[in-house]
Ligand binder design. Structure first.
Ligand code: FAD
Length: 395
């Protein structure tokens, strides 16, 4: 298909599960190439902690296969039931447990990809180390379908943790909650996840929270301890002690209930007005509190209700502006507020995208210097000299 398109100057947009939040799989003309039928598990070696899958295998399927053999594929982006491993790699997706385990790219040891003008290439493989040459695998990871079509991947797995214990604490405000996050990190406690939820999020999603939210709570932090039975219990107790300092309350909900609730937050928030526009900016950890406060204030400036939650430990905010999707004026104001978020991220020494990529929505906002922009373009030109792969995205 790629060779056919390249010969005839037809643009081609790869599409995985279609769950991306940056409009990357939305074509601007040409052909859409769906990877949904590439669903073969080519090899699985549980004793070597590795699996080779085709790009269309769903993220949840990779996680399930690993779990059934006592292993663990750490990346856990929220749309895992629908997203494909190729899409996760193409966006270098994160998730709640990226705080300890990193984003998808960290678990990819090799890729097979179709690159212009229509050749199948392989970079890396079932290897744990490979430092020969420039890292082409790393260039394809996060390339959002603009450099090649990923057809298969070799993934690294880990033995599954024996025990998992979430710890949740509530604070009166953003500052007290973010201080607690900094205390966890400063104490050297390696939580597997470290999430935050602001007052607006608690107001909308709080009614379905599986524990007890104390009166006066304006901020919630959820951490998780994992490891062997003993390690996880010790870390849980230490997290309870560090997060409990200055908290209104702290508790240990069941992991299943907590993460199910976490997965539903976006929908609970969206239900308020029927729509939302959210971004995924990331800032240095010590700027998290001001980023949350300023991003929510931005909504007010444009007459929009704003709520914020996200991956606290990674300084990765999901601030969302609530909108009526049928109101063009509100949508326009949300767009301007979104631009304000990008400016805020760059001003705080952060990035406009911590995990969703630039796609269609954020291209042009990355804040690169001219030299860096030229290097980015040179990489694109080296892979795709005719500019036919997912044109109009990322750059
Ligand atoms: C409910 C929900 C929760 C989410 N939670 C998270 C989260 O916690 N963390 C996070 O990082 N993201 C999250 N996301 C967004 C996330 O980026 C996607 O879920 C996922 O990584 C995209 O995979 P996909 O298969 O759906 O790709 P698509 O949306 O189909 O495509 C995304 C981009 O990748 C390209 N692409 C897709 N497949 C290939 C391929 N085989 N080769 C080359 N390019 C390809 C497309 O061209 C496009 O540019 C969430 C989305 C939803 C809907």
């Amino acid at each position: 298909m790629l060779a056919w398109c390249y010969e005839r100057d037809v643009p081609l947009t790869p599409r995985g599960g279609g769950t991306g939040f940056a409009g990357g799989a939305v074509p601007l003309g040409g052909v859409v190439l769906s990877l949904e039928r590439l669903t073969r598990v080519r090899s699985f070696d549980p004793l070597l902690w590795r699996i080779e899958v085709e790009a269309g295998v769903r993220t949840s399927e990779v996680r399930r296969l690993a779990r059934e053999s006592g292993l663990f594929f750490p990346p856990d982006p929220g749309g895992a039931e629908q997203s494909q491993i190729g899409g996760n790699i193409a966006t270098n997706a994160g998730g709640a447990h990226a705080f300890k385990y990193g984003v998808t790219g960290r678990w990819v040891t090799g890729l097979e990809a179709a690159i212009p003008p229509g050749e199948l290439v392989r970079t890396g493989g079932p290897l744990r180390k490979d430092v020969a040459g420039y890292d082409l695998k790393a260039l394809l990871v996060g390339s959002e379908g603009t450099l090649g079509v990923i057809t298969a991947a070799w993934l690294r797995l880990l033995p599954a943790p024996e025990a998992v214990h979430p710890v949740v604490a509530f604070y009166p405000d953003v500052r007290a909650g973010c201080d607690a996050v900094l205390r966890v990190v400063g104490s050297g406690l390696e939580a597997s996840a470290l999430e935050y939820f602001d007052a607006g999020t608690l107001a909308l999603a709080g009614p379905s929270y599986p524990g007890t939210i104390p009166p006066g709570a304006g901020f919630m932090v959820a951490a998780e301890a994992d490891g062997s039975r003993d390690e996880a219990a010790r870390l849980r107790d230490e997290l309870l002690s560090v997060l409990g300092e200055g908290a209104l309350a702290a508790e240990t909900p069941s992991p299943g209930e907590l993460w199910r609730w976490r997965d539903g937050i976006a929908f609970a928030v969206m239900a308020k007005r029927g729509g939302k526009l959210g971004e995924d900016i990331a800032v240095p950890l010590d700027r998290l509190a001001e980023a949350i406060e300023e991003s929510v204030a931005l909504g007010g400036r444009y007459g929009l209700e704003a709520v914020s939650w996200g991956h606290a430990g990674d300084g990765n905010l999901h601030t969302n502006f609530l909108v009526d999707p049928g109101d063009p004026d509100e949508l326009a104001r949300a767009g301007r507020a979104g631009e304000g978020l990008f400016e805020l991220a760059l001003r705080l020494d952060g990035t406009v995208s911590g995990e969703h990529g630039l796609g269609l929505l954020k291209r042009g906002y990355a804040g690169w210097t001219p030299r860096v922009a030229r290097l980015q373009q040179a990489i694109k030109d080296a892979f795709d000299p005719k500019g036919l792969l997912n044109p109009g995205k990322k750059l």
